[in-house]
Design a protein around this ligand. Structure first.
Ligand code: ASP
Ligand code: MG
Length: 402
């Protein structure tokens, strides 16, 4: 079998952890598998590098920033290679460039265009364990680029797709994907399987297990993923097209995203094109809008609310204020003290009453719902931030602990 394994920063944080991971890699290799292993930078290395940069230049060019950040992963692969060498195993470490990972020119948020797998195949043919620096590639100028924070997941999935790997295992410091954040909800259970769509919803809802883009990529290329712990040797969670849970369980997981804000545009003129002008202004500023509601108007005006990432709230207000006369509205307000609680499950489509059970749980806790949004695999509610953990726990009890 050809296996791609990825180990995150906490899994390779120090010499002890590197030895532990080397043991995991060695075990699979000695079982006779071809091994390609993607590593992240050790521990907080990427953040430390960003701080070092800021000491010298508050706004460094993205090219130089990527040049710097790419060194974090390079340290990890070299150190791991030395550790495996010391164990007497054949190994070679490759940077993103050496591994043939070509990206677009978008420094700090690059997308992988293609992977030239020649070198990788040559090394595998020599029966070597191939270590690849995650999070990086090179663009058409032969400059280093990075893929955005958490990008090593994407490197691993892209390599698995390009090499037609049999498996892609993402090792991290949790044992898999849970029905809710196990640090906050003691009754949370580990899932054996989850679908790509469910994982995508959970990943974008703040369950920080996998980088969203890596799940999209896995879905597109049919790469079977497994999320598992590098510290506890136990089966993790498999991410695939169809999961067993779909039939058995009504919902799969509950996630909370507190990094959101609600923008309300008050007294927007009630005529065709108003909503378009509001949302178009925001979209053209490159800001993603998530939930939209328009309250029933009076006096020929409507109030419109939508949810954006907290970091985008000020910018969203600014672009709207700049166009106040053209759009035609009275005022804007922003509320950052909100959270989005989402219930996710591919089984939702085929079972009735899920939504009412969610609302019942919130009602039991006297949590007021400000906004509701549903899709085929998700129900999201915006509530005040202070109630969010309590709301997640209450919903979890209704579905999983009854
Ligand atoms: N080292 C990078 C980061 O901290 C990439 C990764 O860990 O996946 O974001
Ligand atoms: Mg990560």
């Amino acid at each position: 079998m050809l296996i791609v394994q990825k180990f995150g920063g906490s899994s390779v944080a120090d010499a002890g952890r590197i030895r532990n991971v080397a043991g995991i890699i060695a075990e699979s290799y000695l079982e006779g598998h071809e091994m390609v292993v993607v590593l992240s930078a050790q521990g907080d290395t990427t953040d430390d590098l960003l701080e070092k940069a800021a000491e010298l230049n508050e706004a460094p060019s993205k090219r130089e920033l990527d040049m710097l950040l790419a060194t974090g992963e390079q340290q990890s692969i070299a150190l791991m290679a030395m550790c495996l060498e010391a164990m007497g195993l054949p190994v070679v470490s490759l940077t993103g460039w050496q591994a043939g990972i070509r990206t677009n020119a978008d420094y700090s948020a690059a997308r992988i265009n293609r992977i030239n797998t020649e070198r990788l195949h040559r090394e595998l043919d020599k029966k070597r364990i191939v270590l690849v620096a995650g999070f990086q590639g090179v663009n058409k100028f032969d400059d280093y680029t990075t893929l955005g924070r958490g990008g090593s997941d994407t490197t691993a999935v892209a390599l698995a797709a390009a090499l037609h790997a049999d498996k892609c295992q993402i090792f991290t410091d949790v044992e898999g994907v849970y029905t809710a954040d196990p640090r906050k909800v003691p009754g949370a259970k580990k899932l054996d399987e989850i679908t790509y769509d469910e994982m995508l919803e959970l990943a974008s809802m703040g369950a920080q297990v996998l980088m969203n883009r890596s799940v999209q990529l896995a879905k597109r290329y049919g790469v079977e993923l497994e999320v598992l712990s590098s510290l506890v040797r136990a089966p993790g969670t498999k991410v695939k097209e169809v999961s067993r849970n779909m039939e058995e369980m009504k919902i799969t997981g509950i996630a909370k995203d507190a990094n959101v804000a609600r923008v309300t545009v008050m007294q927007v003129a009630d005529r065709p094109g108003s909503a378009f002008r509001v949302l178009n202004a925001v979209a053209r500023a490159g800001i993603n809008v998530d939930m939209i509601i328009q309250a029933n108007g009076r006096d020929e005006t409507n109030d419109m609310s939508f949810v954006v990432a907290e970091a985008d709230a000020e910018a969203a207000c600014k672009v709207l204020q700049d166009r106040q006369t053209a759009i035609g509205f009275r005022d804007i307000s922003v509320d950052k003290d909100i959270a989005k609680v989402s219930v996710v499950g591919a089984g939702m489509m085929s079972s009735v009453g899920i939504a009412s059970l969610v609302f019942e749980a919130l009602n039991d806790e006297h949590v007021n719902i400000q906004m509701i949004n549903t899709s085929e695999v998700k129900i999201s509610c915006v509530i005040d931030a202070a109630s969010a953990d309590r709301a997640v726990a209450a919903i979890h009890r209704k579905f999983f602990e009854a």
